[in-house]
Design a binder for this molecule. Sequence first.
Ligand SMILES: [Zn+2]
Length: 229
Amino acid sequence: MISETSPAFDYEVIRSNRRTLSIEVHHQKVKVRAPQGAPDDWIEGFVYQKAKWIARKLLEQADKQADRLKLQTGEIISFIGKTHRLVIEKGANRISLDNDKLVITNREPTYETVKKQLDRWLLSQAKEWLPERVEKIAARLGFSSKLKGVRFRKTKTQWGHCTRQGIVQLNQLILLTPMYVIEYLIIHELTHLKHLNHSKRFWKQVELNCPDYLRAEDWLKQHGHSVWY
Ligand SMILES: [Zn+2]
């Protein structure tokens, strides 16, 4: 019997030069990749088959979305390993750390304006604090001669990146994760100076450099999304 109920989500079909069907769920959007001439009922049938899995993914992603920082007074924010209560106030643009408070004053505090202000501030904090930290750890690991520089970039998906030229690129949002996670993320990127991939040898080296790395990986899986805003 063919079910008459349609799935409780929309999906986009992207046709290309491929042979099989596949489904992706990212940022709460469902995309089906299909061969150029795939008949619609084949695609539909496939989506029905995967409906449970898709629904679960969508729910998981909605939960993660809800965990994100909303940049509102009262939220708890970690900054270089210390937790602060976020306070948003109206006033001349300024961000200050006051004991257990991170106070953001903005002439017109909206999500967008506060976001921009916090972005700028985090970048300046990252520039001030992280290069020295990265160099210290590089020296400890014996990677100093391979490290050619530290750069910062806030991307939507990555904590860091290491180029063939020896530049370690870090997302300034790492400052909002716990200390042991910051350490791990730095070590992870520095280890790429030796292995530019995620091979077994790479992970062996990470474990040597950071015996506690699984705890950090676990934190990132569970809570990483919560520092994104
Ligand atoms: Zn990596």
